[in-house]
Design a protein around this ligand. Structure first.
Ligand SMILES: [Zn+2]
Length: 242
């Protein structure tokens, strides 16, 4: 925080006050404590007692802070089984189809499915503290865990919609297309439906057409699932299981 800025002044004043009058224990309740603790974690606590912080020190601190936060976020992600798919896909491609508008209901659903934010059994059961092995699909009742991949690519309840979607995608892709992409369409690869790496190499026109077909499929499949899911949830909630 810059010298002349009021928050910087207040922060330094508060830190000095707590240090000087020996109220460290009371400091744990204050807002300056977590910041001090973070600076200590980054071995930068000494900066608090310096009169001036050089540009190099400031740049170095910001870099360390970024690294620390991404390590923390990675560790948190690693610990959550419901975010397996999110880890597998990684971030959306900078110019990929996922950067397009989210006006389409299917595109919104895709975003939620990617990050565990849609109420499918895996996410809802986690929210209700049900162990992972019991998070079975109650739409097909065939004993598989209902995760995003099961919903988009495997559940038998949407097989006819998937066939239709597959056929329409094959019409857009001509015979000269990448054989791996054609295989991904045949397999209904979850990375094709929820990710964007398969579509990156295509012309803009083809990407948009394929994306519309995929979003249309997600929207219609979700519409079929919703009334069944509602019967499994408490009145008025999409997340609280009965
Ligand atoms: Zn199912």
């Amino acid at each position: 925080m810059k010298e002349g800025r009021l928050p910087g002044f207040v922060f330094r004043f508060r830190v000095n006050q707590l240090n000087n009058v020996g109220l460290m224990e009371r400091g744990t309740e204050g807002w300056s404590y977590p910041v001090r603790a973070m600076l200590d974690t980054l071995h930068a606590g000494r900066l608090l007692s310096q009169r001036n912080v050089s540009t190099e020190q400031w740049t170095d601190l910001k870099r360390q802070f970024d690294e620390h936060c991404s390590e923390e976020a990675d560790a948190e992600l690693e610990a959550k089984s419901s975010l397996t798919l999110f880890r597998r896909f990684g971030a959306a491609s900078p110019c990929g189809i996922l950067q397009r508008t989210l006006n389409h209901a299917g595109a919104k659903l895709r975003l939620r499915l990617r990050c565990g934010g849609a109420p499918i059994m895996e996410a809802a059961a986690a929210w209700n503290k049900v162990p992972r092995e019991e998070r079975k699909c109650r739409i097909c009742n065939e004993g598989f865990v209902e995760d995003a991949e099961h919903f988009t690519s495997r559940c038998s309840v949407y097989a006819d919609l998937r066939d239709d979607c597959r056929q329409r995608m094959q019409q857009v892709i001509d015979e000269q297309s990448d054989p791996e992409l054609r295989q991904a369409i045949r397999d209904f690869d979850v990375e094709l439906i929820l990710g964007d790496k398969w579509l990156v190499g295509l012309s803009n026109e083809k990407r948009i057409r394929l994306d519309s077909i995929i979003c249309g499929y997600l929207k219609v499949a979700w519409r079929r699932r919703e009334p069944i899911w509602k019967t499994l949830c408490a009145e008025g909630s999409n997340w609280q299981l009965r």
